[in-house]
Write a protein that binds this ligand. Structure first.
Ligand code: XMP
Length: 528
């Protein structure tokens, strides 16, 4: 973040774990940035990192089109750690041999360090006993380059190797995942034993630096922030309110697709803060645009377009505001394939079909260098309430994509009432034991995201002596690390029973509750 910080470069070769690597490094108080794998050695020299980590990647290093780093990287004298594909790349490029393994290794595998009298590996310092590591590879290093030695083995392959003289290290496993028991120690060893890091990356400094940077960027001009109430935009608002309180206007566009009382909660938090806060109640406009629309992507597109239209209208009313602030975070930046990302409106949390640009002369993105958990920590330091900081992800198009078929005010009310019951029941389980008196602590079972979906199906029921034909809702509750994949949460039956009986009892329009037991893949988290 700061030019003063020691930097570790994570060169990306297409690994899904690249963010985890950078994340792990920052978690150890060293600033890390992710860059393209092909970054030239000259550019690396200019960035002046204390260490380089070569990420994993999907293919084989010996393929003709395989992405490889600039060979001059190995001669820079900067310590290099290759992870998985990264280790194979080091070995392949420096004259070793990488081949398809007779059997790949996937999942938790035991790694055994190779004992070496008087010449212990600084990378595996304090990791002398066999321990579990997370492997995911089909190729293996069959022959090491000259100067390298094996420092650990798995049952079928070289698990770690190094040429300490040249400061080149490789691990076949993934130390960045929590499944590798000593992963954190190994990364710490690389940073502190090998790269000589001092650990100068602290979020407290980030706050000060960003405040300074915002003030420098906007000078005495006005800034507009579209506040959604999500973690990122809320923390962004807090930071800006510290930096330029008298120049900030936060517009909260309530599209009417929020959950129960959510709009009021957001208003309550921010109207008390030192900012100009404007709430725009635009439910009718959004519902009019959604009338008759059943296709999910069309819903997203219409909501996105309407959002921008409302924002433009409000901005016009406020007069000339040159700067637009956005809660873009580092993951958005990494994932964005857009070359001119700083000038493009973040697609209102990925909703499709937005106009390309708005008429702002500058974009302020104070969180663009931070991971989600760092944004949360920053939010805590800035005094935001836990309910906002630890909010579950909530899609930009809101409840519109949790109502199958056309979205109407009536359906929104039904869904909001059912969803509020689910949240009440599941929010409340953290830290309590099961009703049956079992030893399991439900906080460990608490799903990472949970919500109710209003299906477009009705079913027969009996309420009292009447037969009914009312709506079916589905409960979705999932556990996940990254929302790229998920498992359905194994909620205890007594909890499910209570939720179902409360929803059917308290929301008259609902006759039946079903539980979604599908993982992602093949399903997605949301139903639409
Ligand atoms: P899916 O349904 O794709 O969801 O498995 C993964 C995560 O993304 C959220 N999600 C969205 N977030 N706009 C958003 O800002 C959207 O259109 C959207 N669709 C899904 C979803 O809630 C889950 O956390």
């Amino acid at each position: 973040m700061s030019k003063r910080n020691e930097l570790v470069l994570v060169l990306d070769f297409g690994c899904q774990y690249k963010e985890l690597i950078a994340h792990a490094v920052r978690g150890l108080s060293v600033y890390a940035e992710i860059h393209a794998g092909a970054l030239s050695a000259d550019e690396i020299k200019r960035l002046n990192p204390i260490g380089i980590i070569l990420s994993g990647g999907p293919g084989s290093v010996y393929d003709s089109q395989a992405p490889l780093c600039d060979p001059a990287v190995f001669a820079l004298g900067i310590p290099v750690l290759g992870i998985c594909y990264g280790m194979q790349m080091i070995c392949h490029m420096l004259g070793g041999e990488v081949v398809a393994a007779p059997v790949g290794e996937f999942g938790r595998i035991t790694m055994t360090p190779e004992a070496s009298e008087g010449n212990a590996s600084r990378l595996l310092d304090e990791v002398q006993e066999p321990s579990v590591v997370m492997m995911s590879h089909r190729d293996m290093v069959a022959r090491l380059p000259e100067g390298f030695r094996v420092t650990a083995k798995s049952p079928t392959c070289i698990a770690a190797c190094e040429d300490a003289t040249r400061n080149l290290y490789g691990v076949q496993f993934h130390p960045e995942t929590k499944h590798t028991v000593h992963g954190q120690e190994i990364i710490r060893n690389f940073l502190y034993n090998i790269c000589g890091a001092s650990g100068d990356y602290r979020l407290d400094d980030v706050i000060d630096e960003q405040i300074e940077q915002i003030r420098r960027q906007v000078g005495s001009e006005q800034v507009l922030l579209a506040l959604s109430g999500g973690v990122d935009s809320s923390v962004c608002a807090s930071l800006l309110s510290k930096a330029v309180p008298d120049q900030l206007t936060c517009i909260f566009i309530d599209h009417g697709l929020m959950r129960q009382h959510e709009g009021d909660e957001i208003e309550e938090v921010f109207s008390q803060r030192d900012v100009r806060f404007i709430r725009v109640n635009a439910e009718e406009r959004f519902l009019a645009r959604l009338k008759g629309v059943t296709d999910p992507e069309t819903k997203r597109m219409r909501i996105g377009e309407e959002f921008i239209r409302v924002l433009e209208g409000e901005a016009r009313k406020l007069g000339d505001i040159p700067f637009l602030a956005q809660g873009t975070i580092y993951s958005d930046v990494i994932e964005s394939s857009c070359s001119d990302e700083s000038a493009t409106i973040k697609s209102h949390h990925n909703v499709g079909g937005l106009p390309e640009k708005l008429a702002f002369t500058g974009i302020v993105e104070p969180l663009a260098g931070l991971f989600k958990n760092e944004v949360r920590t920053l939010g805590e330091k800035l005094g935001l309430p836990p309910s906002l900081i630890h909010r579950q992800p909530f899609p930009g198009p809101g409840l519109a994509v949790r109502i199958m078929g056309e979205v109407t005010a009536e359906k929104l009310d039904i869904l909001r009432a059912a969803d509020a019951i689910l949240r009440e029941e599941l929010d409340g389980i953290a830290g309590t034991d099961t009703a049956s008196g079992g030893a399991a602590n439900l906080s460990t079972l608490k799903p990472d995201q949970y919500f109710v979906v209003l299906t477009d199906t009705c079913s027969t029921g009996v309420k009292g002596s009447d037969r009914t034909y009312d709506k079916v809702v589905a409960i979705r509750a999932v556990t996940t690390d990254d929302f790229m994949t998920c498992e359905y949460a194994e909620l205890p039956h007594d909890v499910l029973r209570r939720i179902s009986s409360r929803i059917t009892g308290e929301v008259p329009a609902i006759s039946r509750v079903v539980y979604d037991i599908t993982s992602k893949p093949p399903a997605t988290v949301e139903w639409e």
